[in-house]
Write a protein that binds this ligand. Structure first.
Ligand code: 13P
Length: 254
């Protein structure tokens, strides 16, 4: 099994003071924690502060989006070298909220993934189907097309993929473990067919209404290597509980 990865996506939440207090509390709660990777993805405005707060702890830092170009006349955007300067290890790409609110396409996401990989930052590719697509029996085909399109020209390393069904995000209606496992299995098979052995080392996360109450069900499946957590990552105690439960999952340290 791969080393579990628990990521907190704060989305557009958090002031400096809140971020500072959160990390202080989280570090206390996670003292002595091992065999699970933890990553916080605050808004851009908090990256530097959270970087300083996590200091020498084993907590990783991630961003929620990035532009594909290194620099230039792209008002309002942030580049990969800028993230690297702030010690970001991960960047979430293709989140469904960016696909639907900002109109990001698979082609745009593919460029970002290539750029992130070329700088050694790990892209966390988000894929997932709407309820309508699922109800039409097209869920798997849709998600696997997203995987193939967004990974056009990309390598299997560094890479993480998060399966986040749109209907489960922020709704409290989490996918059943069977639904999550079925899609993650299909993604794994697609990766192995694309990358051979290297496809087996890509960590696959489940995201969508993950809480301290349901995380253990997902991690019990052999197909989930962790979780991408939204709302439940905003409370230090709840997020720490999710991490603690992931710790009990046996894994081989990479
Ligand atoms: P929730 O955990 O709030 O459903 O959000 C999931 C998500 O979008 C994480 O990226």
């Amino acid at each position: 099994m791969l080393r579990p990865l628990i990521m907190g996506n704060w989305k557009m939440n958090g002031t400096l003071a809140e971020g500072r207090a959160f990390v202080r509390q989280l570090c206390t709660l996670l003292e002595g924690s091992s065999n699970v990777d933890v990553c916080l993805c605050p808004p851009f405005t908090l990256l530097q502060e959270i970087r300083d707060q996590i200091g020498l702890t084993a907590i990783f830092l991630g961003a929620q989006n990035v532009h594909h170009a290194d620099k230039g006349a792209f008002t309002g955007e942030v580049s990969i070298p800028m993230l690297q300067e702030l010690d970001c290890t991960y960047v979430i790409l293709g989140h469904s909220e960016r696909r639907s609110y900002v109109g990001e396409t698979d082609a745009m996401i593919a460029r970002k993934i290539l750029a992130a990989q070329s700088w050694g930052i790990t892209p966390v590719l988000c894929v997932g189907e709407s309820l309508e697509v699922r109800d039409n029996g097209e869920g798997e085909r849709h998600v696997l097309a997203q995987v193939r399109n967004c990974l056009d020209g990309a390598q299997a390393e560094p890479l993480v993929i998060a399966y986040e069904p749109i209907w489960a995000i922020g709704t409290g209606r989490a996918a059943s473990t069977a639904q999550a496992a079925q899609m993650l299995k299909a993604i794994r098979e697609a990766l192995v067919s694309m990358y051979k052995d290297a496809g087996a080392s890509v960590r696959l996360l489940y995201g969508g209404s993950v809480t301290a109450a349901n995380i253990s069900e997902y991690l019990a499946s052999e197909y989930a290597n962790g979780a991408l957590v939204g709302g439940a990552s905003l409370q230090a105690e709840e997020f720490a509980s999710i991490v603690r439960q992931a710790e009990t999952v046996p894994c081989i340290t990479k």
